[in-house]
Design a protein around this ligand. Structure first.
Ligand SMILES: Nc1ncnc2c1ncn2[C@@H]1O[C@H](COP(=O)(O)OP(=O)(O)OP(=O)(O)O)[C@@H](O)[C@H]1O
Length: 665
């Protein structure tokens, strides 16, 4: 991991030479840091770095002191780690002395970098570890990237870190958020992502520390209220501002928290808190206009009652679903396409991890957004999330926004009183949201929710109360929200077809469920579904199993269930063979949504190829061709004959699909 001895000397000479040259105006952060390391901390770049790690007791004390910051950062860090999709990286949080208090990485990378001190308890201040992302960010009080040999000590020369400060609501640095990776690419992009994550943590911290205050959300553009860019103030009962986020200061043209703290709302804006609260509650969700006092600035704002006034979740925390041995017992799904097995298994590591992540975040009521191809088991997963949530004792209420006519979604969700509209039931109807009170509301195919209902849903999520159609009366409601979509919501947001503010509300955490063809537990799932469809009486022949394992499954687990059901019927008690799987022999399997998938080289390919990028249609074709090649013992002429194409055409196709034929016939 470290440089060779010669390179390490060269590295030290370079640093010392630069420091001896003296600092100049406009010197970059790294040169300033080297200077501090040598002249203030008396570090020697040619010396051996000894990782500093605090004792367990000290670590616990530090973590206790920053408990709320860690709690607010935890799942933002997990989400960031998932977004980066870089297994050779770690997302790290340090306290203000540079001691790591929380870290997210793969176990493998953690084991690799642990000896360098990159682990919980490791001390990364500049004085302890020389120039590095976390320590230099603290010293410079700003974002920084430290690439490979910018590090002071050669031990870290194969790592690159980017770090940003996280501020508390008083405007003081509360922590440093860092990504350390083997890759030195895209640091600028990473700093932006880190900055956004830091802001999310700061906003959460503001909410957590000022639960008894009135939150006031504002922005100069109404569509930015409730997004990451909104200004946020915590306002006391007397209308005095207790705290603000960074965006609030920026929008108000102020530099420091002191300039806003303790000022009254009406001093800043031409309105009072009471007036704001009243106008916000009567203007449905929509932000109302207010003006910056003594300036021609107009803002759109929403003021709310304190979160601590809201009804607290009543139910005790249910025992967590256990991920032991990568097996999670799932409850039996009900309704549309329900599995007939009493328990489904999730052996794929990603799913186990997702479930674990979901379990952790829902304990705090965070909404979960599931994305994945159709039939990939989003509802089954949502039920597992419900079972693991503090709302497990309540109902699991599923609403499929795609299967309901637009006109019915509203009454289905919000309910109505008797006679609210023509055709309404005489008794009125309790909507799904109220049915989910104390339980989980699962909104499937959320992308299909009409825009105007999106605004109403947002309001329910915000206020935690529902107004059924035809009534004035609001009813408090408390539920865990899980939503799902097979469409890419950020794209719909960009196209103006889905509200950005709602997207952020739904995606407290976003989990991508893998398609069946990418799941490592395909074999177990296959046998579990077979057992469920045949009451355990059917057997699979080895060649049928091979065919099932190699198939691309564009319809995912749902398609698997259908195929197994008809195979059991065709086999009629005999072992299932390839001929009982006629639908899998056709080349033209229906294609799933055109997203790019990364396929590992298929097991049947003779040589070990690196992962390749194919779209799902190509991936399907590749699977089918591999099966045919296997079937014809890799005799290309015979396969060409079977497909009724020329050998040259087939070779071109094989080449395009990255199938190597080592012994051309
Ligand atoms: N892990 C599993 N074990 C057994 N059966 C499963 C599993 N996951 C999904 N299924 C079955 O596959 C079918 C589709 O599952 P589900 O409805 O959860 O998928 P979905 O992703 O929500 O689909 P859609 O996108 O169409 O809403 C159901 O019959 C379900 O019982």
């Amino acid at each position: 991991m470290s440089l060779s001895l010669r390179d390490a000397h060269r590295h030290a000479d370079r640093i010392l030479e630069r420091v001896r040259g003296g600092l100049h105006d406009g010197d970059e952060l790294v040169a300033q840091s080297w200077n501090r390391c040598v002249n203030e901390h008396r570090l020697d770049p040619a010396g051996r770095h000894q990782p500093a790690v605090v004792s367990r007791v000290e670590l616990e004390e530090r973590r206790a002191r920053r408990a709320d910051v860690i709690a607010c950062a935890r799942y933002e860090m997990t989400t960031l780690f998932q977004q980066l999709a870089d297994t050779e990286s770690a997302v790290v949080l340090t306290d203000t002395d540079g001691v790591i208090v929380h870290m997210v990485s793969t176990p493998e990378f953690g084991t690799e970098v642990g000896p360098l001190g990159l682990r919980v308890g490791g001390r990364w201040s500049e004085a302890a570890a020389g120039t590095n992302g976390m320590g230099t960010c603290l010293a410079a009080a700003g974002p920084v990237s430290v690439r490979r040999e910018d590090h002071f000590f050669p031990e870290f020369a194969q790592l690159t870190c980017s770090a940003v400060p996280v501020y508390d609501p008083q405007g003081e640095i509360a922590a440093v958020l860092d990504v350390t990776s083997r890759s030195s690419l895209m640091q600028q992009h990473l700093l932006v992502l880190l900055g956004m994550t830091a802001r999310m943590i700061e906003n959460r911290l503001l909410d957590a520390r000022f639960r008894n205050a009135h939150p006031l959300h504002f922005h100069s553009r109404p569509e930015f209220v409730y997004t990451l860019h909104e200004g946020k103030l915590a306002v006391g009962d007397d209308g005095r501002i207790l705290a603000a986020n960074r965006s609030a200061l920026f929008q108000l043209g102020l530099q420091a928290m002191d300039e806003v703290r303790d000022r009254r709302i009406d001093e800043l804006f031409e309105t009072s808190l009471e007036d704001m609260l009243q106008r916000s509650s009567s203007a449905s969700f929509h932000p109302v206009v207010m003006y910056r006092a003594n300036a021609a600035l107009r803002f759109f704002a929403v003021a709310r009652r304190p979160a601590s006034d809201a009804k607290a979740p009543a139910r005790p925390v249910a025992p967590a679903a256990t991920a032991a041995a990568n097996q999670v017992a799932l409850p039996r799904p009900a309704g549309r396409g329900a599995a007939s097995s009493s328990a489904a298994t999730f052996g794929d590591l990603r799913l186990v991890r997702h479930l674990e992540t979901a379990r952790r975040v829902i304990a705090r009521g965070t909404p979960v957004l599931l994305c994945g191809e159709t039939g990939s088991g989003k509802e089954v997963f949502a039920r597992a999330v419900h079972e693991a949530s503090p709302h497990a004792g309540g109902a699991f209420v599923a609403v499929n926004c795609a299967s309901l006519p637009e006109t019915l979604i509203e009454s289905e969700l919000f309910g109505y009183r008797a006679g609210a509209f023509t055709g309404a039931q005489r008794t009125g109807r309790r909507g799904k949201i109220l049915q989910a009170d104390g339980g989980t509301l699962f909104l499937d195919e959320i992308a299909d929710m009409p825009l105007e209902l999106q605004a109403r849903l947002l309001r329910v999520l915000d206020e935690r109360q529902v107004t059924p159609l035809g009534t004035e009366e609001t009813q408090p409601v408390d539920f865990q929200l899980v939503s799902a979509s097979h469409r890419h919501l950020p794209t719909l947001v960009r196209e103006g077809r889905f509200r950005e503010d709602l997207y952020y509300r739904l995606a407290g955490i976003e989990l991508a469920l893998p398609p069946l063809r990418e799941r490592s537990d395909r074999r177990e799932l296959l046998h579990a579904v077979l057992a469920a469809e045949s009451d355990g009486s059917s057997q699979l022949s080895p060649d049928a199993e091979r065919l099932l394992l190699d198939y691309a499954w564009p319809g995912n687990v749902r398609q698997l269930r259908h195929v197994m059901r008809s195979a059991c019927a065709l086999a009629d008690g005999r072992p299932i063979t390839r001929e009982h799987l006629p639908s899998l022999h056709t080349m033209a399997a229906p294609a799933p949504a055109p997203t790019m998938v990364a396929l590992p080289a298929a097991p049947a390919a003779p040589a070990e190829a690196p992962p390749i990028k194919l779209n799902p249609i190509q991936a399907n074709e590749r699977q089918v061709l591999l099966q045919l090649l296997e079937q014809h013992r890799w005799n290309v002429s015979n396969v060409a004959k079977a497909l009724d194409v020329s050998r040259n055409t087939l070779y071109r196709k094989l080449h395009k699909l990255h199938i190597e034929v080592s012994h051309p016939d």
